[in-house]
Write a protein that binds this ligand. Sequence first.
Ligand SMILES: [Zn+2]
Length: 174
Amino acid sequence: MSDQIACSECGELHTLDEVELVFRRPDAVAALSDAEREARCRENDDLCAIWGDSDDSHRYFVRGLLPLMVTGRPLDYCLGVWMEVRRDVFDRIYALWDSDSQLDEPPLDGLLANDIPTRPGSLDLHGKIHLTGPETRPEFMVADAAAALFADQRDGISAHQADAFLKSLDRRSA
Ligand SMILES: [Zn+2]
């Protein structure tokens, strides 16, 4: 099922269905050569690590959803993105992965690990990770009040802007 909204900004019909902007891996992983990725990465669609040359150069990532309210749409628009986290945070998330006690966990710190095309500077933004239960992905909130994405989360976005996220990705992968 998809809803169409006649746009007051561009006049087109914007389709707001389940298709959202999703990054399959952190940018740092996508940037690796196939050989490096094979040698250094442990990855699945939820968690990912890049092995460095020493113990303090390993990098850890978790995938989640960054929700944005959309004017005229009952459901949030969610960006599927990754956050880079410290080892202790990664271990904590891993330990709680299948546990209902996720819901008692205070927000955890991370850095946004994808550069979102229509929001320059989004890579490495400070964020908070909210664990939402064993069956659902973590939820991310941007913590840097100066960032455009922070304002997006606080104020919501228009259907036109939501559509632009997907179009930006189409252009990038074309
Ligand atoms: Zn529009």
